[in-house]
Design a protein around this ligand. Structure first.
Ligand code: EPZ
Length: 405
């Protein structure tokens, strides 16, 4: 694989930022927004609530001035996990909200109890009946929310509920992902007063109103990791443009430990690999800045043909190994026991007919297919399209033989 890749805007930064635009009754212009099924769904939700949206050339223009509804349809709620991120802005803006439980990748139960517990502590009355969640907030009660787990979505939802409010709200044990920092920067660009994102304590001083903004979203660290993993197992020399090496620190150091040559510059990351990867012993997923759970499947596909063994421990989601059975159809040697998956590298894997079961697992199958001997046919590509803009174009531009049937 050789050449350059423009890293797309971050899906997981775009989604909370699009939800945040509901808080502002003036126009928001959001650049570097990836054109994905999920971002389109977020724009559809804003339209359903009464907002006006345009989307072209990776720029979303949102005028939420006329938002007058507080209910989101089951269909849109179940289309993705981040539909739940509209709860905070809706309750803040309309004083109430009616939603159903969110959808998203089937990688575990993915409850929203931490979101709802925090909202109740902040004065939101919540009733859960018949699969619907009815929220009402006559008076916001600022205070400190101690998260049991550094949930990305719960952290974002609390920020979105508290940004336009009265008093100071503090989140302890907050998630520290770069996407949280991007949300803070977007909200502050609109006049919010939020600090601490990226650390485990976030302070939100409520403000009365937010102003219009033009903002560009950060690049997608998991998209960048996907490309890096493909180069690592196929071999080659690829430059990732607009990549943020800081957000990729651990992932890049692990690829370096396995034998890749990594060089970074302003907004650029270069990955070179000409040798067979060396197994990494163990990979344990944990909240940022630990090893990202979204990279677990990507690394597993790359290390299926590494020298030696790599043991994965998936600590974030309870069933995020759907890709294992598919990799084994290609000849990968993997044993799964609960949260643990032991991968013994084999000399090669063979192409096969396989099925994507979720977004990052599907991307892992693309990586495996690129490195396999013979043809691989992947069904379920709609999962992959939720997070990658035409994955086939990304890799064919690097010399891979990949096409959409
Ligand atoms: C975000 O999901 C990302 N999605 C996920 O990326 C990512 O894997 C995850 O964070 C962890 O980094 C988006 O940003 C849209 P969590 P989120 O709340 O917010 C449990 C991808 O491939 N939990 O940090 O849903 C939960 O079940 C996607 O791009 C509760 O128990 O993640 C999970 O086990 C996949 N109760 C763990 O916490 C709650 O109320 C982490 O979830 C909330 C979460």
């Amino acid at each position: 694989m050789c050449g350059e890749v423009d890293v797309q805007g971050s899906k997981n930064a775009a989604l909370p930022i699009l939800a945040a635009s509901v808080l502002c009754s003036e126009e928001c212009v959001i650049g570097n927004c990836p054109d994905l099924a999920d971002t389109r769904a977020a724009l559809e939700i804003i339209g359903q609530l009464g907002g006006k949206t345009e989307f072209a050339e990776h720029t979303a223009v949102i005028d939420a001035g006329n938002i007058h509804k507080h209910e989101i349809s089951n269909e849109l709620m179940s289309s993705m996990r981040s539909s739940v991120l509209f709860l905070g802005p809706l309750v803040s803006r309309m004083g109430r909200a009616t939603i159903s439980y969110p959808g998203g990748c089937a990688i575990g139960l993915r409850p929203i109890d931490l979101h709802l517990k925090a909202f109740r502590e902040l004065g939101v009355e919540i009733e859960e009946t018949g699969g619907c969640i009815y929220c009402k907030c006559d008076k916001f009660v600022s205070g400190t929310v101690n998260l049991l787990f550094p949930s990305v979505g719960a952290t974002e939802n609390i920020m979105l509920l508290s940004a336009v409010s009265e008093g100071e709200t503090v989140i302890t044990n907050a998630a520290r992902e770069p996407e949280i920092v991007d949300l803070q920067n977007f909200l502050n660009a609109m006049g919010a007063k939020i600090s601490g994102a990226g650390s485990e304590i976030i302070r939100i001083i409520g403000v009365e109103k937010l102003q219009k903004v033009e903002y560009n979203i950060i690049s997608d660290r998991i998209f960048a990791t996907t490309c890096a993993c493909a180069v690592a197992c196929c071999g080659g020399d690829v430059v990732l443009k607009n990549a943020n090496a800081e957000h990729l620190r651990l992932v890049l150091s692990m690829l370096k430990d396995s034998g890749c040559k990594i060089s970074t510059g302003k907004g650029r990351v270069r990955i070179q690999c000409s040798e067979r990867l060396k197994g990494l012993g163990k990979i344990i997923t944990s909240p940022y800045p630990g090893f990202p759970t979204d990279a677990q499947a990507l690394f597993m596909a790359s290390f299926a043909t590494a020298e030696g063994t790599t043991v994965f421990v998936e600590n974030i989601f309870e069933s995020r190994y759907k890709h294992v059975s598919e990799l084994m159809k290609m000849g990968a040697d993997i044993i799964v026991d609960g949260r643990l998956a032991a991968v013994t590298g084999c000399n090669y894997i063979q192409g096969a007919k396989i099925t994507a079961g979720d977004l990052r697992g599907g991307a892992a199958l693309v990586i495996a297919g690129l490195s396999a001997i013979g043809d691989t046919e992947i069904s379920g590509v709609e999962h992959i399209d939720r997070g990658y803009e035409s994955v086939e174009n990304v890799f064919s531009a690097l010399g891979a033989m990949i096409k959409r049937k």
